[in-house]
Write a new protein. Sequence first.
Length: 264
Amino acid sequence: MLLAIDVGNTQTQAGVYSGDQLLHEWRITTERGATADELAADHDQILRLRGGSLGELDEMVVASVVPTLSAAYRSLSEKYLRTEALVVGPGVRTGVALAIDNPHELGADRIVNAVAAHRRHGGPCIVVDFGTATTFDAVSESGEYLGGVIAPGIETSLDALTARAARLVKVELQAPPRVIGKSTVESMRSGIVFGTVAMVDGVVDRMKDELGPDAFVLATGGLAPIVHPHSLQIDEYDPLLTLEGLRIVHGLNERRAATAGGAR
């Protein structure tokens, strides 16, 4: 069985696959200083609550935007799964050509999102990922990764607002019943949620000017449910898109390794 790990700046999403079937999925807080043993304990505890264990797994694929945790997950895989983890990065086959200036600076999560989106919907397509940052990724009809947009995430914007404005306190992120707020809390929620919606729809509309008006727009990420119900541009929300991209990339590299082994 395959353990797929997506390490984000704020949360880490994990999933267990048997073949192409997702058996379990969960999220933990990303702790940048966590050791391999601590990570193993966290994931094993969750799996045991669901009737499994880390020891039942035999493969791992990782996308990480936190370099220290990339190393920790490599160590976890070698120590507890007794196998080398596939960490998405340079040299890993993805099936997507990166038509950008510096492919080495592109986050692994954005690559696997593009892989999964194009596999499912073809192209052109746009992936909007709502996390610590809100990212937009463009994929061509032929499956090339063309580039994208990076904007502050919803919580990041709220944290910046409350940190700089002495009389504003952090509020729960949810859409208010109306755009024109009747209180400070409603006004803040309106600005953060509907402001993000307007930003997303505006950016996607401009991206479609370059990609084509029929580009399919897919949303993912932990904060997407706050925005996508109000968006006029988002066609579908898939909370498991990144895990699915990791599974696909792992399969591509498994086949390449098997082919190379046969050639020898």
